[in-house]
Design a binder for this molecule. Sequence first.
Ligand SMILES: [Zn+2]
Ligand SMILES: [Zn+2]
Length: 362
Amino acid sequence: MKAAVLEAYGQPLNVTDVDLHDPQAHEVKVAIRATGVCHSDLSIQQGKLPLPTPCVLGHEAAGEVIEVGDGVTNVKVGDRVVCMWTPMCGNCYMCRRGQTHLCEGVRAMGLMDDGTSRLSLNGQLVYHGINAATFAEEGIYRDYAVVKIGDDIPFEIAAVVGCGVLTGVGAAINTAKVRPAESVAVVGCGGVGINVIQGARLVGANPIIAIDTMQSKLDMAERFGATHLVDASNKDAVTEVMGLTGGRGADAAFEVVGNPVLQRKVFDMTRRGGRAVFVGAAALTDEVTLPSLILALGEKNVLGCYYGSCDPKRDIPLFLDLWKAGKLDLEGLISQTLKLDDVNGAFEDMEAGKVIRTVLTP
Ligand SMILES: [Zn+2]
Ligand SMILES: [Zn+2]
């Protein structure tokens, strides 16, 4: 089976033949039909998000179930599914409290529940990237890590929901719980940022202020529902947001880059009593400093956001229904469709800011 392997940080992915073992009990084998290239994959390739190597990258995907292990009851061969990179065991402290995105049933990163991998190369262990390893023709997933979708949903559309849409739209509607007519500011209008914007549009936020240093990304933000654009390469984002919100600051402001300097700016552009939401994944060693007095007296709420606080089993079908109803733009997220062999070119296009999402069709 062909897969894109990261052998060491900083190196291009090696698209090569990898051995995929049989699914064990409560595991399913999925033929990957479409997989989005997310910024987190690039961050791992660059060593900013350190995960064990060698690994197969890729973590937002849709495909077709081609084999099931013993005890699998939620899907059968032939079903279309979205593959998840977070476990949702349904039984742990977090899952029982409705916070499945924080599930404690986490196995060792990149391995299956029994602590072994289903991937190997020349007899050597290969890790499952961000628990998903979707830059591949096939993958093995725990049964609770696949969500069945309708047969009428195109694989490319279903693939992009699995990470960027859940995270971005979820950040707006689940984490920040944005309400109609609230003011929203979004710093960073990449693949996740524009989904924060369309989540805010979906619930009727106004104004929706998009902030980025690249004009191409601001143009995209406007297409997805931004009402005001701020080019931060020549304007101070905090001053601009203040000016657009009566000098008060935004009801909800989002940092979608993963940069402590920008996190501080997002804190500053949030109104008293508002929500500053940190969505972007910074480097492991990064730290952010916030003004203690203003944090307390301004009663500002700083919210971390992981996976858009989504329950994928609830939110994936919900978001796909919204797409069918014309209320979520998913086609517009897909800038290009390439083959698995082109994965390194997809990384280059992402770094150059040329694309929102490249979808690979293994
Ligand atoms: Zn992702
Ligand atoms: Zn759990």
